[in-house]
Design a protein around this ligand. Structure first.
Ligand SMILES: [Zn+2]
Length: 417
């Protein structure tokens, strides 16, 4: 996916930056995930890929369930409130489940720049804390004042736009202030593709951009740039503003309020004699120079946001057919995974078996042509989940897998709420 030699680029583990001599870490970024097609075929990331990237320090951001929202054209193409409610809920819920942490991303990348995904503050209610699009404001100082976190500007570096509208300037959108770089700014570069061939103009431009950043403001240069996933930086900035530091006679305690997405934090202490012994909990990074000490804590709180309610779990994943769920399942939605060149009038039905008989969940007809991905037939959050002992989806070529999502017992919202 990223063939520019990112391994050549490094940043240091002191953060926020401004400190020489940190331990070098590999370059990391964030991957904005369109959730519905995850694992659909070998060319698309699956959950194991995403977990491995997260373990390597990459961020996993939400890029909508289906990427169907659009900001251009007529009003007929606008998503309804029910659609965005469903998209937001399921994209967050499936990411929290698929990553195996029960925690949902705090970072969102608007698909097609479509701000309506946050209509009525839906994304915020789902735990998202920064959402970005091309053309939105990019504040000059993210450390203070009011920031419109849910409409935050990013650079759009897809080849056509970069080459034409931005004249192919390798440093387009990267503000340089008297050589110090973009102090107190959060610069987000976004692209769908970095061209693989080293000879391509796009690949060479990326190399120029990233090596300039690395050489001038990375570990070899001024060392004042923190390279990290968008959500990690936004979570840091949020936590930093509300953190409490309690300094006792021989102990420093740093805390952030409950309900804030977790973050590591850095504290700078001055007036600490170089001879004084300092100890810190495991996972802390401690640097000292003269009578100054910098302490970067381990994660304070929990990374990410809580999964939306009701919590879901996968009760069945396997081939279609007559599926038995036992007696205690309350179905939240059903995903039908399809990969084939669909014939004309390709269709299927999903029927639930309930206490009062069989109930048609969906009758779906699809257009002819290639389709690789999944159709999520959602029940929650726009309707009440349905108690069912099983379901039926007749096997047919192209339908490889069905996933049955049920409400995780104990997390259903109480009636009337
Ligand atoms: Zn996109």
């Amino acid at each position: 996916m990223l063939s520019v030699n990112l391994q050549e680029l490094h940043h240091v583990d002191s953060h926020p930056p401004g400190l020489q001599g940190g331990r070098q870490l590999p370059f990391v970024g964030g991957i904005a995930v369109i959730v519905s097609p995850v694992g659909a075929n070998s060319a698309i990331v699956d959950w194991d890929d995403l977990k491995a990237m997260r373990a390597a320090g990459w961020g996993v951001l939400n890029h909508s369930l289906n990427h169907i929202g659009r900001s251009w054209g007529d009003d007929a193409g606008r998503l309804t409130t029910a659609q965005i409610t469903e998209d937001g809920f399921w994209s967050q819920a499936l990411l929290a489940y698929g990553m195996g942490t029960g925690r949902a991303p705090t970072g969102y990348v608007y698909a097609n720049g479509y701000l309506d995904y946050n209509r009525g503050g839906i994304l915020e209610s789902l735990g998202l804390r920064i959402a970005t699009r091309a053309g939105a404001p990019n504040p000059a100082d993210v450390t203070q004042g009011d920031i419109a976190w849910l409409d935050f500007g990013r650079n759009y570096l897809d080849e056509g736009t970069w080459a034409n509208e931005q004249k192919g300037d390798p440093m387009s959108g990267f503000p340089v202030l008297d050589g110090d770089g973009p102090l107190k700014r959060l610069i987000i570069d976004f692209t769908h593709v970095i061209e693989q061939a080293a000879s391509s103009a796009n690949n060479q431009r990326w190399r120029k951009r990233l090596s300039t950043i690395s050489d001038q403001w990375g570990a070899k240069g001024r060392d004042n740039l923190w390279c990290a996933p968008t959500s990690e930086i936004a979570d840091y900035l949020r936590a930093m503003r509300v953190a409490k530091a309690l300094l006792g006679r021989d102990q420093l305690t740093i805390s952030i309020p409950y309900g804030i997405p977790g973050s590591r934090l850095t504290a700078r202490l001055t007036g600490i004699p170089a001879s004084a012994r300092l100890t810190a909990p495991p996972g802390t990074v401690l640097y000292r120079r003269g009578d100054t000490a910098w302490i970067t804590t381990p994660m304070i709180g929990m990374e990410g946001s809580p999964a939306p309610l009701p919590h879901i779990r996968c009760a069945y994943a396997g081939p279609p057919g007559t599926i038995d769920l036992g007696s205690h399942c309350v179905v939240a939605g059903v995903s039908v995974h399809i990969a084939r060149d669909l014939p004309d009038k390709f269709s299927y039905e999903v029927k639930l078996r309930t206490a009062t008989g069989e109930r048609l969940l969906v009758e779906k007809t699809m257009k002819a042509g290639w389709f690789v991905g999944s159709n999520l037939h959602a029940i929650v959050p726009n309707a009440e989940p349905i108690a069912a002992t099983g379901l039926t989806l007749a096997p047919q070529p192209g339908i490889d897998k069905i996933e049955v999502w049920v409400v995780d017992a104990g997390t259903a919202k109480p009636a009337g709420h």
